[in-house]
Design a protein around this ligand. Sequence first.
Ligand code: ATP
Length: 940
Amino acid sequence: MSSNPLSSWHTVAIDKTLKELSSNKDAGLSSQQVSERLQQYGPNELEETGGRSPWSIFIDQFTNIMLLMLMGVAIISGFLDLKSNTFPKDAIAIFAIVILNGILGYLQESKAEKALAALKNLSSPLVRVVRDGKTSEIAAKDVVPGDIMLLEAGVKIAADARLIEASNLQVRESALTGEALPVTKQAEIELAADASLGDRLNLIFQGTEVVQGRAKSIVTNTGMQTELGKIAAMIQSVETEPTPLQKRMGQLANVLVSGAMILVLIVVIGGMISFQNGNIGFDTSRFEELLKVSLSMAVAVVPEGLSAVVTVTLALGTKRMVKRNALIRKLPAVETLGSVTTICSDKTGTLTQNKMVVQRVHAGNSDVRIGGEGYAPIGIFTDRQKSTQINNLEEYPELESLLIACAVCNDAFLQHEQQEWTILGDPTEGALLSLAAKAGIYKDIQSQLLPRTAEFPFSSERKRMSVICELPGRSHNSGFPAHEGQQPNHLMLTKGSPELTLERCNWIIIGDRVQPLTQEMRDRILAENNDMASSGLRVLGFAYKLWETVPPSDSEETSEQDMIWLGLVSMLDAPRPEVREAVVKCRDAGIRVVMITGDHQLTAKAIAQDLGIASLGDRVLIGQELENLSQEELKQQVDQVSVYARVSPEHKLRIVQALQSLGKFVAMTGDGVNDAPALKQADIGIAMGITGTDVSKEASDMVLLDDNFATIVAAAEEGRVVYTNIRRFIKYILGSNIGEVLTIAAAPLMGLGGVPLTPLQILWMNLVTDGVPALALAVEPAEPNVMKRPPFSPRESIFARGMGSYMIRIGIIFAILTIAMMSWAYGYTHGATYQGDPNTWKTMVFTTLCLAQMGHAIAIRSNTQLTIELNPFTNIFVWGAVIVTTFLQLMLIYVPPLRAFFGTHYLSLFELMVCFGFSALMFIWIEMEKLFIRFYKRSR
Ligand code: ATP
């Protein structure tokens, strides 16, 4: 077998391709061949040449404006120290911290990239292949040359392949050729060797997408041997764009750095201005002291630890969401999920279980009840009119024809594996196979008797499909009687939405005769359909037509006309039990749930009422009505409609746009290839992990691993928790920064000699004593009211809803407490009887600021509940962080080498207690605030 590196497979006939690759178009490769080829060719993966190199990740860490400013501070501070013959400890420490920060940032980012790569694997596509004569789904990486690969609309093609059969196959090759319009492919042709990539209509390529139709193909090249591999690695990736908050944090950093620069200028220039004899002059003797003060203030303003904490929180958020079956593809979704105001959900499979069981069949004049559970082909048929069991199908010829149509007009497979009946393919079709098998009619046998020659595939727009089969040597009595005098060679079987299928019928089969379909019969069939649909059943209509020759491809509109009606099949798709509770949760959380389905309006309404999405008198808008509305008219109605039925994917896009123009923040689910535009337009596009097509997954922000509506609500809840926690620690960190700056600025103003805090001590506070408790606050569990309040706008400022005023208020309280303590301590340490170092007051200020932040961390866990009302065990990390950080702070004071390095002084027990006492006031203040707000609210 040649691996054909020239990839000129487009010149080779199908049979020769099969021979060259030693494969069989019906049975595929054997397991033995597969394992040999996996050895020979390796996994079907592209080597990742894209992405950032480790170096560029590392360098990027230092382009952060805050770190650049810190380096500036280090250089100036080092220069000042060297000038005064002091060891440049601060400068070295700052550089060490900048580098450490860079390394930590690097480790974090590479870890995040790895985690995202793992997520990518989780959502990597499955491929349907035939091996050992059996159809199965395998991971894309296990595909080998010679594999028989089956394709349908929405699939992202996993390897390069030569087409064996193609029906209506359209492929979007923009990833490879840049051509946006889909290309129609054909199997039965051979092309000249010089045909360009875009003209190779008998080949399909890795990375391109099936937009329409179905096909069978033989894999020719995998991995780096594919065309995509050759033009080097355009890899599908989980996107890592910054979240709105991260962007705003970037802006905040700019504001803070500019603010810090201005502060430096004001303090240095303002401090040097002197008034002498009515003249303004410059007193340059204070320059160095003022520069030191202002450098400390610049370091204090910048929240060095903040960006790391935000990144960690978002990463932990994605992790928690995956645990709840929501896979985040685009990081902003983690934080914006909490802002969703409207969830537009599909019905089938998301609100319902997608485990279909046929309940009733209506064929000719008979109305039949079907027994049995699940997909097991065991169940009793009962004639509902006679209340008798049906044992002999010959007495019900129309029923038998209908059951054959169920088995043949079908692309699913019924399987019996490990004592369990399962299906491969669409559950609706699985239920039909199980129904036919209950009467002893099996797809494999029927498909041999009626070999398929062509098809008009299913699409959500057409809401039906047809297959065309040969009628070799079949007599007039094939179960599908012909019109008088007709000599058919081919049979077309059609199934789809009952109204649309019935519309295309002029005949009906009664007994073994074809009769004209009268208006009365039509009305009766539609009444029957409505009866089934209003009890929540999903109904399909069946019809057939006989042909002398195969109808031309692409002629579905004209060919699916003048058909002969076979009957109705209705199936139960029970609602998922957990959805009802999730809908109630949404209502409490101010989130509106809207059902958008391709199914019948009565089916949709019955299920929506059952789930609490719609109430009794609510209006259902159907696709046809929607079509007639202008966008402006639709905008006026979207607020009142909770159920959209019989819609096509393009309607979904209009619904999202109408909702968004009303200012709603919309999450929208989708699974089909044509849902991609709506998923992209929605604020949160949600694809189905199990039933979703690859194309819909790529267009989405989030993938539901279990296809379950309740998972969306769980993810929204996690989103709210993440956002609340981020706001909480921003409040916590920035509040303390304001306190630090004011305290440092106050010292020279109060005429106290020197800077109370060195840059090194400030970095210690910002990174360690603030940073560690902030990390612990990031894992704070949900507050009890998290899903009991309306959503917050994703566009609100970080400082909205009292956060800005909180930070300023707490910053000022912080400063007042520390300044009061500083003033007392200065006097105390400069007293005549004081025996220690007179600079000890500085260490007391340093310690009080650190300890006050510990009280702040404990109190800020809840905005409304007092600390004694909170269960300490719900976030033991905060307590752990407080204990560890306090211990570290004490080490800085009591371990001599650390004391020397950080420039602190020994504190006596009395002095330490004073620091504890003042900092406890911070905790008491915040708790009092909560009490005050509580009483204020109650008295209103
Ligand atoms: P939802 O949009 O909630 O997932 P749905 O599954 O009904 O609902 P579609 O898959 O677009 O949406 O199907 C639309 C309609 O097409 C169905 O209501 C049914 O009448 C018909 N239909 C669905 N599956 C098939 C099929 N395999 N063959 C023929 N007709 C089908």
